[in-house]
Each structure stands twice: as structure tokens, then as C-alpha cells.
Write a protein that binds this ligand. Structure first.
Ligand SMILES: [Zn+2]
Ligand SMILES: [Zn+2]
Length: 416
């Protein structure tokens, strides 16, 4: 027997309500803010991610699904959503559109990670990007959108964390200070962090290993080493967020796992859990377009993992609306009535009513049991008498009552 590959999950009908719920809330909000939907391919040239996500990152080094296709091109299944959107922005000359361009997407994301609760090798994201405007008011709006999405889904006991990690001007100097600090504690660092010390020092700050985490408390803070421009951006952003009454906290250890972020980074996390459980994260990426050979174009965005969101919805006991299902089962009594039942079900659906034709059981009792098993509240019964008289018997399964109606009147009552 084959099973779904490790780290993947089938999404069966009884889970779909969560997906539809999140999608409908996310689309409604994104449209409010003027975002348009973009869909990019599941795979891209590998170089796109190596250049954007960054060579020293865990994603590029350990987690990408990269393979050679039959034409010997190196292909990678999308490990994150932002780089493909930026690639599409450049490829389609979106700099010619009124700036900034606001785009949102839903997409599967592939990373070869150790599977655990809420973490999959194929998972799914909702993301939003605003490209073409460096003003901190854009950061504030993107952060507000992310935060409002979480609230509109019904998530509570969550926190909004922000930080500024500077840009190409000021970050190198900060990273040197960080390296110097951690080098002093080299023996206390976990094995991963010793590697990070040379390859990706910023990530030392958000290591979850306890010894490393404790060292992070006293580590130099990026916001203390910003250049004048980054400092102004950071202060304006905080001013805007306060003005909008967004309940943010500054987290000096928030750095995010991708190389392309500049200045603003932010995350939404549950109040009661460590950083492993980030629900939503994003940041500014003003240098990314140049890394992809585009003209300098600022951008900022965020993504939220659908599976992680669903986990949190369930944990918080958020009541998610059920998917609509048919209200009628059409039952037939006697073989002669079968064609009439089939026709009735068809006409009901054309009148916009959900109707399932009974199956298997031929006794009325058996067909009623079917209705109960499927949670269908009404049974439309067609027997020889009904066929002859042009009527239908409607049984209310909850009230255990039944009435016979002329067929035309019943169909008209469905109001389609
Ligand atoms: Zn560590
Ligand atoms: Zn700077």
C-alpha cells in the first residue's frame, strides 16, 4: 500500500472548511487593501532561490527540492513565495504600473524539513507583497493587514513582534559586532550556531537551543547600530504603528530566516509558545530586486502558513462554518419511481437546491437511514402514487413530519 510521502498530507473533505474559511477571510481583506491575486508556477529555475533566499541559509543548503529536469535544467520546487512574485514583477514589467503594486497569493511551498506538528514538507501559504514603495507607511499597512487577518480569523492570545535589521549600509558593521560578541562565547554555542558564526551570524540570535537563546539576551541589538536612514525609517514605522493602535512589541532577536530582508521584520506568534510556532512572518526586502538583476525596487510582504493557522484555530477552539451540503435526499419507492426520482433530483439542483439521490437501499426505511447518516434534514420521496399524481412527499427528518405537495409547487418553493 502506498502512503502519502512523509511530511505531506491529504486534505480530505471534512478539513476543507478550514481552508475555505481562511481563504475567504484573506481574500476579503486583501481586496480591501487593494491587492490583486498572482499565481506563479510551482517550480522555478534553482538560481532564483539561491540568489534571493541566500546561499548560507538553511533553506538553500538543506531544505530545497532541487532536481535536474529532462532538459538538464536545474529546477527547484518553490521553497517560499516572495522570490517568484518578484521574478513575476520583473518579468511582466510591473514597474510600469502605478506604484506600489500590491499582490497576494496562495501557494504550496516545499521544504525538506523534519516533519512535526504544523510543519510539513509540502505546506501552503497565504502571502501578500507590496512592491515599489519604500515608505514606512507601507510597512505599517502591511503589518496591519497581517495583524487584522489573524484577528478576523478569530485568533486571540497572539503577539505582534517587530524589529529592524538594517540594510547593506549599516548591517555589515552590526554583523561584525555580533560575531565579535558570540566569538567570545564560542564554546557555549550549539554546533549549528558555530557554523552560523561564519556563514549567517544574524541567525545566531533566534537559535532555539537554550544556551544560545540565553546569550541572545545580552547580544548587541541591531536597532542600536542603524544608519541614519534606517533609524529614521524605524522610528517612523513605530510612530505609524502606534498611531494605528497596533499592539506591537519590539523583539531584538527577531531576524527571520532569509537573507533578503532589510530594515523591517515582523512576526505574529502565539503568546504561550516559543519561536518555533510563528504563525505569520514577513519583512522588507529593498535589495532583492537588484539581486534578481532588476532595477532597485523596494518591497515588503509577509506570508502565513495555512496548516499552522489551522492548528492554531483548532487550539483556540474557533468555530469555523461548515461547508454547505445538500438539504435533500431524494428517495424512491419501487423500481418504477426510480427514473422520476432521478429527474426530480436533477430539477431540484437546477432550481439551486442541493439534492443527493439515494443509493443502494431500496426500502424507504433504508433510504431514511442514509439521510440521517449524511445529516440531511429533508427527504423527498417519490413512489408510484406520487409519479401518477405529479406530487412529491417531503419528510422533515428532525420534526418527523411529512407532507405531500404538487411537484411544481415544491420546485417553485426552492426559489432558484
Ligand atoms: Zn544555537
Ligand atoms: Zn541602514
Amino acid at each position: 500500500m502506498y502512503r502519502a510521502p512523509r511530511g505531506t498530507a491529504d486534505r480530505l473533505p471534512d478539513r476543507q472548511k478550514y481552508w475555505r474559511y481562511i481563504e475567504s477571510k484573506a481574500v476579503a481583506l486583501a481586496q480591501q487593501y487593494g491587492f490583486g491575486r498572482v499565481d506563479t508556477p510551482v517550480f522555478e529555475d534553482s538560481g532564483l532561490f539561491v540568489r534571493s533566499v541566500g546561499e548560507g541559509t538553511d533553506i538553500v543548503e538543506k531544505e530545497m527540492y532541487t532536481f535536474q529536469d529532462r532538459g538538464s535544467d536545474s529546477i527547484t520546487l518553490r521553497p517560499e513565495g516572495t522570490a517568484p512574485v518578484c521574478r513575476a514583477y520583473l518579468e511582466h514589467g510591473m514597474h510600469n504600473l502605478p506604484q506600489p503594486v500590491r499582490l497576494y497569493y496562495f501557494c504550496p511551498v516545499f521544504r525538506y524539513e523534519r516533519p512535526q506538528a504544523g510543519r510539513f514538507r509540502q505546506h501552503h501559504q497565504f502571502g501578500a507583497e507590496v512592491i515599489g514603495d519604500a515608505d514606512p507607511s507601507v510597512d505599517a499597512e502591511v503589518i496591519e493587514l497581517a495583524w487584522r487577518l489573524m484577528l478576523s480569523l478569530g485568533l486571540r492570545d497572539i503577539q505582534l513582534l517587530i524589529n529592524s535589521i538594517g540594510d547593506q549600509q549599516c548591517r555589515p558593521g552590526y554583523v561584525e559586532r555580533l560575531k565579535a560578541y558570540y566569538t567570545g562565547y564560542h564554546d557555549q554555542l550549539c554546533a549549528d550556531c558555530r557554523q552560523r558564526l561564519t556563514r549567517n551570524p544574524l541567525r545566531l540570535l533566534d537559535c532555539k537551543v537554550e544556551a544560545c537563546h540565553a546569550l541572545g539576551q545580552a547580544a548587541p541589538r541591531s536597532v542600536d547600530h542603524l544608519c541614519a536612514e534606517c533609524q529614521a525609517h524605524w522610528e517612523q514605522l513605530q510612530g505609524y504603528l502606534k498611531h494605528m493602535e497596533l499592539p506591537f512589541q519590539v523583539d531584538h532577536r527577531l531576524v527571520r530566516g532569509l537573507d533578503y530582508y532589510t530594515r523591517t521584520v515582523f512576526e505574529v506568534q502565539p503568546l504561550d509558545a516559543g519561536g518555533q510556532s510563528t504563525i505569520c512572518g514577513g519583512g522588507r526586502y529593498d535589495a532583492l530586486m537588484e539581486q534578481l538583476d532588476g532595477r532597485p525596487t523596494p518591497g515588503i510582504g509577509f506570508a502565513t502558513g495555512m496548516e499552522r493557522l489551522i492548528l492554531n484555530l483548532e487550539r483556540s477552539g474557533v468555530a469555523v462554518p461548515e461547508e454547505p451540503s445538500p438539504r435533500y435526499l431524494v428517495a424512491s419507492v419501487g423500481d418504477g419511481a426510480r427514473p422520476a426520482a432521478l429527474e426530480l433530483a436533477s430539477r431540484m439542483r437546477r432550481a439551486s437546491a442541493g439534492a443527493i439521490l439515494s443509493s443502494g437501499a431500496r426500502t424507504l426505511r433504508g433510504q431514511m437511514r442514509q439521510a440521517n447518516a449524511l445529516n440531511i434534514p429533508f427527504v423527498a420521496i417519490i413512489g408510484d402514487d406520487e409519479v401518477r399524481d405529479g406530487t412529491v412527499a417531503i419528510r422533515d427528518m428532525t420534526a418527523s413530519t411529512q407532507q405531500t405537495l404538487p411537484l411544481a409547487e415544491f420546485l417553485a418553493s426552492l426559489g432558484g
